[in-house]
Design a protein around this ligand. Structure first.
Ligand SMILES: Cc1cc2nc3c(=O)[nH]c(=O)nc-3n(C[C@H](O)[C@H](O)[C@H](O)COP(=O)(O)OP(=O)(O)OC[C@H]3O[C@@H](n4cnc5c(N)ncnc54)[C@H](O)[C@@H]3O)c2cc1C
Length: 494
């Protein structure tokens, strides 16, 4: 058919697009700037230990996606139970909160204070419920709010709770308040049961999420597709009517169709010639929350049984701690050690981000000891791993940025943007993969609107292998990003 695709980025979105294209008989070349595949969902290896950047649960409502996971990994795809609790004041608290458990572990004095503060909130509720802080105080009282909600939320998002829109909590923890929790605890759940329960098991590759993307790459290469590592795309050459080629690693790659998962901000900057001023200016409208994990290897096992824990102690900066051996024993190997991932949410260039690696490892060790989860002198090794652009930020300007970019794309219809930073969408792997599949099918003549995957449910072609219910389920299971007060929370497609 003379079609040839060039795909920017070998993360979940780009690789799945290449896989689908191969099945449709279209050759492709994947250009990846890093020395390994997987993007945000890669597995980082250090001296035989495996680190997942964030802890990637494989969960999807879309059967086609799950089938791809199984077909690619076979019996290397494990089913794992979930345990994740809150750690506060040297106690583990059940997550989601259980009143009896929480009050017992807080101790009589503190529990009494919490109940008094809860009663006060019920008698004198905050009138305006626009922000997350007042929303939570009205439902739990000030003291429980400070203990179980404020610290962690602010660590993750870097925004004070009184500036986060209450709508986010309304959607995220729907039906949750102290009264409901108490009624549930007493078995008085009434019609419709209690609030949504958490997914209590998920799929996980033996050697972490990157194993899936490495296997997929091997299969693609064996089938004749090209995956070029250490090929950062430096220029995207275009003219009215379409993109003609991209330049990566000093070489030019021509094609008939182009797919991009690189951050949309960087895509705009790579366009050659530069796009009109209004599009150039839009590059400034995209910002990101970054993330770093300090991988620590500790002598001995059995530190805690959770896959990960949420750290609510306000005196430390660590937000979450992963225990990789509890995701899959192969992440650690047969050694008598424990591998932890101390996770810090930050902004590129801030104090934590800029700290030298050795200092970061030291800092993480001290924090672990401070909260009482492990002794610093038990740490045998450690590495700092930085993850730039981990979270696309939904602020007051990104939507205008996307509007301008989408208007520009009409001039270059052979270029499709997909995936997480490619579309500036806070999504899970399954969403990136699905946009990859649909973008590939568009090359063969389908007309899916990747910006409205859910709305496309009506358009699904015969034999599409995806149902309208699955697309709806996909949207419902994507994470929500808090908006600032006066900006509603955003869900995919919103
Ligand atoms: C902390 C954290 C926890 C997460 N947990 C989960 C989870 O539990 N479950 C889940 O399903 N999802 C989870 N995710 C989301 C998941 O990681 C993403 O949805 C997925 O990786 C997005 O895939 P992508 O291909 O769209 O983008 P990416 O993974 O960002 O891949 C883009 C690729 O493009 C490459 N690239 C960028 N610029 C260039 C350039 N100029 N030239 C060439 N290549 C370039 C990058 O190096 C990268 O490999 C989590 C994410 C984070 C950050």
């Amino acid at each position: 058919m003379g079609k040839r695709a060039v795909i920017i980025g070998a993360g979940p979105g780009g690789l799945t697009a290449a896989r689908e294209l191969h099945q449709l008989g279209v050759p492709s070349t994947l250009l990846e700037k890093e020395s390994q595949v997987g993007g945000l969902a890669k597995t980082v290896r250090r001296e035989g230990y495996h680190f997942d950047l964030g802890g990637h649960r494989f969960f999807t409502k879309v059967k086609l996606i799950e089938r791809i996971w199984h077909e690619t990994l076979g019996d290397a795809l494990l089913t794992r139970p979930r345990l994740s609790r809150i750690f506060y004041n040297k106690h583990f608290f059940h997550y989601p909160l259980r009143p009896a458990d929480a009050l017992r572990k807080l101790g009589i004095w503190e529990a009494g204070q919490c109940m008094t503060s809860f009663a006060a909130a019920k008698v004198f509720p905050q009138r305006r419920e626009e922000d997350l802080e007042s929303w939570l105080i009205n439902r739990f009282g000030e003291r429980l709010y400070r203990t179980f909600f404020k610290t962690y939320t602010e660590k993750v998002w870097g925004i004070p709770c009184d500036q986060i829109s209450a709508d986010w909590a309304g959607q995220r923890i729907k039906g949750l308040d102290m009264i409901t929790l108490l009624r549930n605890a007493l078995g008085l759940t009434g019609k419709g049961g209690g609030p949504k329960t958490l997914i209590d098991q998920f799929l996980y590759p033996r050697f972490g999420p990157g194993m899936l993307w490495e296997r997929m790459t091997e299969q693609l290469e064996a089938a004749g597709s090209e995956v070029k590592l250490e090929h950062p795309v430096e220029a995207i050459r275009w003219q009215r009517g379409g993109v003609t080629s991209v330049v990566a690693g000093g070489k030019t790659y021509a094609g008939t169709h182009f797919l991009s998962t690189m951050p949309v901000k960087e895509l705009i900057e790579a366009l050659d010639p530069a796009p009109p001023a209004e599009v150039r200016e839009a590059a400034r409208f995209f910002s990101y929350r970054d993330f770093l994990t300090v991988g620590l290897v500790l002598d001995g096992r059995d530190f805690f049984p959770d896959n990960w824990i949420y750290i609510h102690e306000p005196e430390v900066k660590v937000g979450r701690i992963q225990n990789f051996g509890n995701w899959s024993a192969d992440m650690v190997g047969r050694r008598n050690v424990t591998c932890l991932g101390m996770e810090y949410f930050c902004f590129e260039g801030d104090g934590l981000w800029s700290m030298p690696d050795a200092d970061l490892v030291n800092f993480a060790k001290q924090e672990l000891e401070k909260i009482g989860l492990g002794r610093a002198d038990k740490v045998i090794k450690g590495w700092a791993i930085r993850v730039p652009k981990a979270y696309p930020v939904y602020d007051g300007q990104y939507q205008e940025g996307l509007r301008r970019v989408r208007a520009f794309l009409e001039q270059v219809p052979n270029l499709q943007l997909l995936g997480r930073n490619g579309m500036h969408r806070y999504n899970n792997m399954d969403h990136s993969m699905l946009t990859g599949i649909l973008a590939a099918r568009n090359i063969l003549g389908s007309r899916y609107d990747l910006w409205k995957v859910n709305a496309d449910a009506e358009y699904l072609e015969e034999g599409a292998d995806i149902s309208a219910e699955e697309l709806h389920g996909l949207e419902q299971t994507q994470p929500l990003v808090p908006g600032r007060v006066s900006t509603a929370p955003a869900r995919l497609g919103a």
